[in-house]
Design a protein around this ligand. Sequence first.
Ligand SMILES: [Zn+2]
Length: 197
Amino acid sequence: MVCSIKYDLPTHRLFPPKHKKVIEAERTISRAVSNPRERLSIAVHEASHALVFRKFGIGVRYGGPEINHDCPTDIYSVTYGTAQVRDKDYLRLAENPENFARVLVAGAVAERVLMGHAIPSCSDFEDFLRFAKRKSTADIIGIWKAVEEDYCRELSRDLNQQREIVHEAEIFHQTIFGIDSSIREVSNSPAREIAAV
Ligand SMILES: [Zn+2]
């Protein structure tokens, strides 16, 4: 499976010899995207974020895998896919913690309901802690948990919404990874996928 990786690194890190952390990150990405099920999880996750963004009237563009470097901590991280929105839309959304949480929990919740598991990722929750306005950390965590439980219950019962996510996941997959028939197999058997939860 070929897909391009975006490097968000300081310029000197891009010159050879490649930093061993960059090589490790490239391996992590290629391991994930060469596995059809992982690709499907990534597509379902990002598609679900995108659908909720759109429900709040926010335009979304998909992005593929990225390797990022955080200078202050010197930590390298990988992202398998992104649902990108304008900064001003993101910050406006963050002013309403419930709506903001709904967008951010949507990725992992869709993975759990449709795939039976979610790839552990804390970046959505970290974003929530970082950008959600006002209130104490305890309140913020409480909102996250409540919205997550609600959405999990809602999506588990709502076959139309599940189909919508599968359809959108196919669009993500085609945009980022190319055409793959494995998504169709899931969309034809939602009941089995739900039973796996
Ligand atoms: Zn996410």
